[in-house]
Design a protein around this ligand. Sequence first.
Ligand code: SF4
Ligand code: SF4
Ligand code: FES
Length: 236
Amino acid sequence: MTNIIRIEIYRYNPEEDAEPHMQAFEVPLEKKGMKLLDVLNYIKGHMDGTLTYRRSCGEGVCGSDGMNINGVNGLACITPIEGLKQPIKVRPLPSMEVIRDLVVDTTHFFDQYRQIKPWLQSTRPTPEHERLQTPDERAELDGSYECIMCGCCTTSCPSWWWNGDRFMGPAVLLQADRWIKDSRDEATGERLDQLEDAFKLYRCHQIMNCMEACPKGLNPTAAINHIKRTLLNRKS
Ligand code: SF4
Ligand code: SF4
Ligand code: FES
């Protein structure tokens, strides 16, 4: 690896640019173990303060810096520079409208998330302390509670690209499954009713891009299959 990182970044300022373009930068490799977010921060701090992107936690927790890195969706803050082919090509998450540079409009994505009511629904009186689960019940949530709603999976899903107005997409369906599986939740029937729909759920064609894209190593395809199986089982 040389001491220079060559990177090309998608730039678009709707107030000034007729068309988006790629801008090349050469950034010094300041330390070993640099992540892509370090490079973007360097450019913003030392080379071009107008570069626009979202980030917050810097450690793969908030889900705000999803972007397309050399053609693959991922989180800039946990993507090491080592191993990335140069020039590194960074673009916004695909299929969402670009607000500016790497910032996309997530309104529709989070509207779909709200539709599945991602909170505990229960008519039981609120207990004085926690709502308890057995270790097995708690373990059912492994593989879904870790989701940070970064959108890397949903924006890599061809079914969502074509039918995103009605297909919920892998992130939202993984979250739906998380609440269906939660032993403390009493709205399972309503949650399943809402998803029993040719578009909302069944537009998933098992292409599995979502699983490949997830920076947290989660498997939305398995969650979608679990919802389908649960729907089948309640019919029989
Ligand atoms: S498995 Fe389903 S949800 Fe995942 S990318 Fe493919 S079509 Fe989309
Ligand atoms: S399943 Fe993975 S890729 Fe999809 S939103 Fe959650 S953390 Fe991001
Ligand atoms: S900055 Fe929070 S996940 Fe990357």
